[in-house]
Ligand binder design. Structure first.
Ligand SMILES: C[S@@+](CC[C@H](N)C(=O)[O-])C[C@H]1O[C@@H](n2cnc3c(N)ncnc32)[C@H](O)[C@@H]1O
Length: 294
């Protein structure tokens, strides 16, 4: 399974300015990249609460954080307030959102996140998911809705043609795998696009994943609840990987700053250094924004 290198690790931890006694919440604990380093630096001086929607990630992170003052839970961060209320945690001091997927989920979860593999069309963060899957989307959704999602969440300029070809293909036989979907997209886009710098299926896959997991709605809900639970002088750090996510974070932070409820630690988002870009190409699109509650 592909190793996941935590992105903007030093910048995030420095920017959070963690202090002894803090309750730190990692809303996307993943395989523990950020949390393990926080535990290494602050040990039992802090309390760490980790969440992830993915059961496998929670198990892995839990094992790595055994020697810290940490508790890790399977939960969606859109339910952050409920999780904290159940734990009887009234206030939190530092919060991390490192959005999107871990490398292992793309490469090794078998849930259809990668257009480079032939896997069942799930695209769900949770392996126990009983709800909507990418299979439902491509086989059941109306053509207009597929087009709206692929354009809106993928910013894919060939959304219309891709949606049309998906609907044509499923009339012949159900679309069961990522491999089938990639072939449909291949025939829906112009030749030059097939050989472009960015793989021609990237945006459609991104769009379906965002829609299936309601990622943008979850982000809005997670940010609101994190801020509500945040103590005065507490900080929230968000690492986003595409413009739709970053727009939500930027707007949310700017609104709080305008209302004099918070101030922005960095006026502009922090991006990966040249050195990190060489070691971890995934950091190329990462943007870190940090805010402090007044
Ligand atoms: C980029 S990875 C985090 C990696 C982690 N910071 C590390 O360095 O190991 C994002 C993680 O967030 C989880 N995730 C995404 N959206 C989520 C949500 N709404 N609620 C909970 N977890 C979520 C994914 O399952 C994934 O494990």
């Amino acid at each position: 399974m592909g190793e996941h290198k935590p992105v903007l690790l030093k910048e995030t931890i420095e920017g959070l300015a963690i202090e002894a006694g803090d309750v730190v919440v990692d809303c996307t604990v993943g395989l523990g990249g950020h949390s393990v380093e926080i535990c290494r630096q602050f040990g039992n001086k802090i309390v760490l609460i980790g969440l992830d929607a993915d059961e496998y990630a929670v198990k892995q992170a839990g094992a790595k954080l055994q020697n810290c003052n940490a508790a890790v839970f399977t939960a969606n961060f859109r339910d952050l307030k409920k999780v904290l209320d159940e734990l009887k945690v009234k206030k939190i001091n530092r919060v991390i959102f490192d959005l999107g997927l871990s490398s292992w989920q793309i490469e090794g979860s078998g849930r259809g996140f990668s257009f480079r593999r032939d896997e069942p069309l799930l695209m769900t963060f949770s392996s126990q998911n009983q709800g909507l899957t990418a299979h439902d989307a491509v086989n059941d959704w109306k053509e207009e809705n597929l087009e709206i999602v692929i354009r809106g969440f993928g910013e894919e300029r060939y959304a219309r043609s891709i949606a049309k070809k998906i609907v044509e293909a499923r009339k012949i036989r159900p679309i069961e795998t990522t491999g089938q979907l990639v072939e449909i997209i291949r025939f829906a886009v112009p030749n030059a696009y097939r050989y472009g710098r960015v793989h021609f299926a990237t945006k459609t896959f991104q769009a379906l994943r965002i829609a299936i997991n309601e990622e943008l709605k979850s982000l809005e809900l997670g940010l609101e609840q994190a801020f509500e639970k945040l103590a005065s002088r507490g900080r929230i750090a968000v690492i986003s990987f595409h413009s739709l996510e970053d727009r939500i974070v930027k707007k949310f932070f700017a609104g709080l700053a305008r209302g004099k409820k918070a101030w922005l630690i960095n006026k502009k988002p922090v991006m990966a250094s040249e050195a990190e870009l060489v070691l971890n190409p995934r950091s190329r699109s990462a943007k870190l924004r940090i805010l402090e509650k007044i």
